[in-house]
Ligand binder design. Structure first.
Ligand code: ZN
Length: 162
């Protein structure tokens, strides 16, 4: 199956910073349902077992039930995490859906927050490569470099004076 056939009307699967991601193909209105997180329901024990085997596409809907979203036909699995997302996952009946938190422009990557547990334990806060974290880390690097430059300039001045 080619990547382009995986999409529906409002999005497609494409290359993102961290592998594959979901990208809007047309404007998506704030609050619009984008897709459903599809897959078989697993009971608690089965979910724990498949998670220990490395399944990263489990979506816990209650203490008892978890959706196994690892099938490639579940296009929602391609939506990446962001600390500043433009979409969110929500429950409706026994389903999990993804909807826009704000207006999403064509070409924009569709992201949602995976939750603090996932961010801490699976991604690792320091390893997050979402747009916000990448920009924050770049700013910290620039600030460190500027600070070093100022310190070096001060040291040079002191040397000239002495
Ligand atoms: Zn982040």
């Amino acid at each position: 199956m080619s990547l382009s056939t995986l999409g529906t009307k409002s999005f497609r699967v494409g290359r993102s910073r961290t592998g594959l991601g979901l990208f809007a193909t047309r404007e998506i209105k704030k609050g619009a349902r984008i897709t459903r997180y599809r897959g078989p329901l697993l009971d608690h024990d089965t979910a724990v077992r498949v998670e220990s085997r490395g399944n990263r596409y489990l979506f816990e809907i209650s203490d008892d039930w978890t959706i196994d979203g690892k099938a490639r036909s579940n296009v929602a699995r391609y939506a990446n995490h962001s600390c500043n997302p433009n979409a969110e996952a929500y429950y409706y009946g026994r389903g999990v859906y993804i909807r826009a938190l704000r207006r999403i422009k064509p070409g924009e990557e569709i992201t949602y927050h995976y939750g603090m547990d996932y961010l801490r334990n699976v991604i690792g806060i320091a390893n997050c490569r979402c747009g916000r974290c990448v920009r924050r880390k770049a700013r910290m690097r620039r600030e460190r470099a500027a600070k070093l430059k100022r310190a070096t300039a001060r040291a040079a001045k002191r040397r000239r004076r002495s």
